[in-house]
Design a protein around this ligand. Structure first.
Ligand SMILES: [Zn+2]
Length: 258
């Protein structure tokens, strides 16, 4: 997604030409629907398949998000959490579940949200790469739903951890217009790892050692925050969601998660 001070910009060719769409099959969906762990964290790799996300400086967002999501998932699993990834390959999440929603973008967001609900997750970490028309914009940014205090705590913990790795001083940012983290029935954050439009950030986004350090820092901070935060019992929260009505996209029509 584009997080701040930047107009929508999609570089032609970045999101297409990646071959036939492939249905997401196998372990992510099967795992989500066959068991519902009480301590699952959803790690959401942004974009995928036909949707490359932002690109530039030799970086394609969907590739970086999948790389880092895997590192975060591995670290969380090592810390004892059940981990569910919305995608484990270069797949199109808009085709994860059947949906009548009219656009691929809406189906993508809805499917990620449905995945969170089905897995009964106690936390969501959605991973993205930022871009801006201002090449001086740099550093990691973590977003949370402005009405969620557990979400804010999770976001600030992860922001602090990323600041430590990146040498930045940002604060987590509260928003109301990010579909997944707004509607997730548990603390949820959207992590922008850095700006591919900034030379320093771009170099880091291509450095596996930096990505590993960032992933470990995120996982440690998320694990700590989700253990420490006053999280409502997941089954209580999800019991309320049995008759869950899919949220309207009316106010989100102009939202582009990039
Ligand atoms: Zn994105």
């Amino acid at each position: 997604m584009r997080a701040r001070r930047a107009a929508f910009m999609r570089i032609a060719g970045c999101s297409a030409g990646l071959g036939l769409l492939s249905l997401v099959t196998g372990s992510p969906v099967a795992a989500a629907e066959s068991d519902s762990p009480a301590r699952a964290i959803v790690v959401d790799a942004g974009h995928g398949g036909i949707d490359g996300g932002a690109c530039g400086a030799g970086i394609v967002e969907k590739t970086v998000t999948l790389d880092v999501a895997g590192r975060v998932a591995h670290a969380l699993a090592a810390d004892g959490w059940q981990v569910r990834m919305t995608r484990e390959g270069d797949t199109d999440v808009s085709r994860l579940y059947e949906s009548n929603l009219p656009t691929r973008h809406k189906r993508d967001l809805q499917n990620r949200l449905d995945f969170v609900r089905i897995t009964r997750a106690v936390g969501v970490i959605s991973i993205h790469v930022n871009s801006s028309t201002n090449s001086r914009d740099r550093g990691p940014l973590v977003f949370y739903d402005v009405h969620s205090e557990p979400g804010r705590q999770l976001a600030q913990g992860v922001q602090n951890a990323l600041n430590g790795v990146a040498g930045s001083t940002q604060r987590a940012v509260g928003r109301r217009n990010l579909f997944l983290i707004r509607h997730a029935p548990c603390p949820a954050i959207l992590v922008e790892l850095g700006f591919l439009t900034n030379a320093s950030d771009a170099a880091r986004l291509k450095d596996p050692h930096y990505l590993q350090r960032a992933a470990l820092a995120m996982a440690d901070a998320a694990s700590h925050a989700l253990q420490m935060a006053a999280i409502p019992p997941p089954y209580q929260r999800h019991a309320e969601a049995v008759d869950w009505v899919k949220p309207s996209f009316g106010t989100f029509d102009k939202i582009r998660v990039q």
